[in-house]
Ligand binder design. Structure first.
Ligand code: GLP
Length: 240
């Protein structure tokens, strides 16, 4: 197991992660990458929107996860949030394969269709870290072989949809890229910021691998980089 851990001061974190992403894009203009939503990546997207210019133009961005049961323009929707915070602000936006939850007769079908896009290959998967150890919507109980699918969400995750992301109603579930696809990607980046994530990040990186903390399985990936700010890394026994 080799986890590359990069710890930075909170004030430098977003700019540094944005720089790394731009460097990765410059090295592979046609990159196929998965981007998360949530509060963690927002400041990275603000940096990218200001600095990326046309550097995403040949890339393909795939959605990581999506709520089921929210209307198309709900403020919490992951597709809308990624468009608002990043894609719509780029001079030359990438192709965007969102999880097309409204385009198919059932969420199951939308999950299967998304998996077809993921199966075509992923160069990089960027992830946030849920407070309960979830990645995407791979909630506790997920294993390394969990596929792209419709999931029942943890109560804390549903609470967050309304309380933190402003959902106008409580979602009925979620669709997530599977752990299988995440672990098969060329590289995985796990983002974590703030003291709120310190305990779960330490568990993900140091406790025995377990379905109770799906992020712990990321350590199996041969090219995992963790980008943490100092408050999130405080329990890891390292300094930046
Ligand atoms: C959400 C999303 C994840 C996200 C995580 C952390 O529920 N499904 O993709 O990475 O939880 O969110 P935040 O960055 O807002 O703490």
């Amino acid at each position: 197991m080799t986890v590359r851990l990069e710890v930075m001061p909170a004030g430098a974190w977003a700019g540094e992660v944005a720089s790394r992403l731009l460097a990765a894009l410059d090295a592979n203009r046609g990159m196929r990458l998965v981007l998360p939503t949530g509060d963690t990546p927002s400041p990275v997207y603000a940096e990218l929107a200001a600095r990326a210019a046309d550097r995403f133009g040949e890339a393909v961005v795939l959605g990581l996860d999506e709520w089921v049961g929210l209307p198309a323009h709900d403020p919490a929707r992951c597709d809308g949030r990624l468009r608002r915070e990043l894609l719509d602000r780029l001079v030359a936006p990438p192709a965007f394969r969102e999880i097309a939850v409204d385009a198919f007769p059932s969420p199951d079908r939308a999950a299967r269709e998304h998996d077809v896009h993921a199966q075509a290959g992923l160069d990089l998967v960027v992830l946030g870290l849920g407070g309960n150890g979830h990645v995407g919507f791979n909630e506790p109980g997920s294993t390394p072989t969990s596929p792209t699918r419709v999931v029942r969400l943890a109560e804390a995750t549903l609470d967050a949809s309304v309380e933190r992301y402003g959902a106008t109603l409580r979602p009925s579930g979620g669709i997530t890229l599977g752990m299988d696809r995440i672990l098969a990607a060329g590289a995985v980046w796990l983002l974590a910021t703030g003291s709120r994530k310190a305990a779960i990040l330490a568990r993900a990186l140091h406790a025995p691998e377990s379905p109770e903390c799906p992020a712990s399985f990321l350590r199996r990936h041969p090219a995992l980089t963790v980008f943490a700010d100092e408050p999130a890394a405080v329990r890891l026994g390292v300094s930046g």
